[in-house]
Write a protein that binds this ligand. Structure first.
Ligand SMILES: Cc1cc2nc3c(=O)[nH]c(=O)nc-3n(C[C@H](O)[C@H](O)[C@H](O)COP(=O)(O)OP(=O)(O)OC[C@H]3O[C@@H](n4cnc5c(N)ncnc54)[C@H](O)[C@@H]3O)c2cc1C
Length: 496
């Protein structure tokens, strides 16, 4: 096999993992990253002794994280340390004590039993039925590259697709098993982890609460950014090059074949280019030849559906709050309205809060006796022009969030203990990472934008051009992006 010169645009988790896979097969790989730090959306904010994971915090499907190291014949234990998170989630209410969802299934059933006995049984049935969906989706759909139409349009896909029965929404699927509204809201919330509304999206995303329960939620010592540092270390060990502050302005083509890239200061030749920049951005800004864009015209990109975005408030607190677990939810009284607002262009009046407090199990992320807490609220992406991300909007959301939190038992004095604060808006995701419309999770994984119908990891129009990341198959979330990096590497290795 001849050594290829490969350029990757973007040092997000997708770009770094793809680099490792191709470097370990002997290729020459250079990553061009526009920012001064690597990791893309998986980044870190470090101030005054506090360390905040900038965005992603929930680690699902740890095997995908480990597999990148196995691919390169390395032991992941020499790079990262996993800790199991228990309880998986702590659900806070104004009036009651928090409900814990434990990773141990017996303990979890007991916890649910005290909350709603009928639903404890319903939850077990839900897990059983959803696990079957997960195995079908994983074995027959997610692991395929869909670089060729025949991988999708065949008898087996049809049969297995019918078995998935994906047509009802996540919320109505969950409601078949669970009667209690708070528990329904909690399980439905998890489809928001991919930026899709449980009231709209296909019910296949109920696999998220199922795999969280069955495979656990995990934490990496030092936070999620430790994974990025681990990938960086391995890229360096394998001889890869990462160029920071190097924004790519064009993917260069000749006769519908990739020949290299252009940055502000240079032109670099390559045999293969892989764009880890968000797919719609890559198509719109990096490919100048209309024919090479194929069906993805500006009109088509505008018509496609995009996931919601997020507003995050980062708080450094000079007090410990034993009421907080690592992953906390506060559902509020208007879950449906609050979720729907994020998808219809309005800011929530009664926001659903996801509160991440890693300092309760990792003392390296906050000074002694302090907490690092980030609070995430789902908000509309930038395609809804109604919202201006100025100080007024930020102040309003900040006050709403702090007022909600202050009503939670044990957190009433939180405002008095803030010693550091910062925030992240959709505009930051857009400007900093070129996330199209400033979404958190890229193209929405609707039925018509999934599997073969999602943008492919391999350009159908340009030879030797590939894509990796949230907006291409199989989708968003670190574990799926890592899977996408494997599918890209396998496809490239098959074609050279
Ligand atoms: C708020 C939030 C919360 C999330 N929570 C979770 C979670 O709990 N669990 C989970 O698994 N996932 C979560 N996700 C999703 C996860 O973070 C993403 O799916 C994943 O990080 C995307 O990685 P990527 O490699 O596709 O792209 P990105 O991270 O977007 O990386 C793309 C890279 O390309 C660079 N780039 C762009 N344009 C250019 C250019 N022209 N030239 C050079 N470089 C360029 C960017 O700067 C960036 O570094 C969350 C995301 C957000 C935003």
């Amino acid at each position: 096999m001849k050594k290829k010169k490969i350029i990757i645009i973007g040092a997000g988790v997708g770009g770094l993992a793809t680099a490792i896979r191709l470097l370990s097969k002997g290729h020459d790989v250079t990553i061009y990253e526009k920012n001064s730090t690597i990791g893309g959306r998986v980044n870190v904010l470090q101030k005054q002794g506090f360390s905040f994971d900038l965005t992603a915090s929930i680690l699902l499907l740890p095997e995908e994280f480990k597999e990148v190291f196995r691919w390169a014949n390395k032991n992941y234990k020499n790079y990262v340390t996993f800790k199991q998170v228990d309880p998986l989630y702590r659900i806070h209410h104004h009036e009651d004590a928090p409900l814990n969802l434990y990773s141990d299934i017996t303990k979890c059933s007991q916890s649910l039993d005290s909350f709603s006995a009928a639903d404890a049984k319903g939850y077990l049935r839900f897990l059983n039925d959803t696990y079957q969906k997960y195995t079908i989706a994983n074995n027959h759909f997610l692991q395929k590259s869909y670089a060729h139409a025949s991988e999708f349009f065949n008898f087996y896909s049809l049969i297995n697709g019918l078995k998935l029965k994906p047509l009802s929404t996540s919320y109505s699927f969950i409601s078949k098993y669970i009667r209690n509204k708070k528990l329904r809201d909690l399980l439905s919330f998890q489809s928001l982890l991919l930026g899709i509304s449980p009231f709209e999206g296909p019910n296949i995303y109920t696999i998220l609460p199922c795999v969280s329960q069955l495979y656990g939620l995990w934490y990496l010592e030092g936070g999620m950014y430790s994974y990025i540092k681990a990938l960086e270390k391995l890229v360096n060990e394998l001889g890869g090059i990462i160029l920071l502050n190097s924004s790519v302005s064009e993917i260069l083509l000749s006769n519908q074949t990739v020949i290299g890239i252009r940055t502000e200061s240079t032109i670099e030749k390559a045999d293969i280019v892989i764009s880890n920049a968000d797919f719609p951005y890559s198509i719109q800004h990096l490919i100048k030849d209309e024919n090479a864009r194929g069906k993805y015209t500006d009109e088509k990109l505008n018509k496609m559906k995009y996931s919601c975005s997020t507003f995050i408030l980062y708080l450094g607190l000079n007090k410990k709050y034993p009421e907080l677990g690592v992953h906390n939810l506060f559902m509020g009284d208007h879950f449906k309205e609050s979720v729907e607002e994020a998808f219809t262009g309005y800011l929530p009046n009664d926001p659903v809060l996801y509160m991440y407090c890693p300092s309760c199990i990792d003392e390296s992320v906050a000074p002694a006796n302090m907490e690092s807490l980030s609070i995430t609220v789902r908000v509309p992406n930038l395609s809804f022009h109604r919202i201006k991300w100025d100080h007024k909007t930020i102040d309003t959301l900040r006050s709403q969030i702090l007022n909600q939190i202050s009503k939670i038992k044990g957190l009433g004095d939180i405002k008095e203990h803030i010693v550091f604060e910062d925030y992240l808006t959709p505009l930051d995701l857009f400007k900093r990472f070129n996330a199209y419309h400033g979404t958190a999770f890229g193209l929405s994984p609707t039925l018509t934008q999934s599997l073969y119908f999602r943008p492919s990891i391999k350009s159908p129009n340009v030879k030797n051009l590939y894509f990796v990341g949230s907006s291409v198959h199989p989708g968003a979330g670190i574990s799926l992006v890592l899977l996408s990096s494997r599918l890209v590497a396998e496809e490239i290795l098959k074609n050279i």
